[in-house]
Design a protein around this ligand. Structure first.
Ligand code: SF4
Ligand code: SF4
Length: 179
């Protein structure tokens, strides 16, 4: 059996989105089995799925998807640009793979490569995407609804951060992360 590759933080957070996507798939092929047996990790991941569903329910109540669909149909589209795809890091993409999201680049144009016909492919998204609530969304929601959404987003982001930190610990323990 060949030596397992070493990674650097640059592999996870730097480089092109295509390179980070490749790293996420490599990590998935090598770590999925081990992580499935890691009780703390699986517990945290299950909690993140619950938090993601809570947040999605609040967004649905706000008709978030319909608002974005209107934007997406306009010339110039919505706010999911190819520049924004660079906000995704390899560990967050790995978290998506671990919950069964078939993470792949869906397009090669000026839009984010994770933007599909029915919206964003990802369930765990970057902080910038989750925190972004444009004027259309703010104007259509009551302050209490926005507060509920912001709290739900905050809880999910905290959980995603905790999971990424735990992944770094696991990789460092294995001696596979430089730096
Ligand atoms: S977040 Fe706002 S600007 Fe972006 S696509 Fe949705 S409605 Fe449009
Ligand atoms: S919400 Fe999804 S599709 Fe939109 S920019 Fe963020 S990752 Fe890309």
């Amino acid at each position: 059996m060949g030596a397992q590759p070493l990674f650097s933080l640059q592999d996870f957070y730097g480089g092109s989105i295509r390179a980070r996507l490749a790293v996420a798939h490599l990590l998935f092929s090598q770590l999925a089995g081990e992580l499935a047996a890691h009780a703390a990790f699986t517990g945290m991941l299950a909690q993140a799925v619950i938090l993601q569903k809570d947040m999605a329910r609040i967004m649905a109540d706000l008709d978030h998807g319909a608002l974005c669909a209107v934007c997406g149909a306009r010339e110039g589209g919505g706010c999911c640009s190819s520049f924004m795809s660079g906000e995704n890091d390899a560990l967050q993409l790995l978290l998506n793979l671990l919950i069964g999201v078939p993470v792949a680049a869906l397009r090669e144009d000026e839009e984010c490569c994770f933007l599909g016909n029915t919206g964003c492919l990802l369930l765990f998204k970057p902080m910038f995407c989750l925190n972004y609530n444009c004027q259309h969304i703010r104007q259509s929601a009551a302050p209490a609804q926005m507060q509920r959404l912001e709290q739900a987003v905050g809880r999910l982001l905290q959980q995603q951060y905790g999971l990424e930190q735990l992944l770094l610990v696991v990789l460092r323990r294995q001696g596979r992360l430089i730096g």
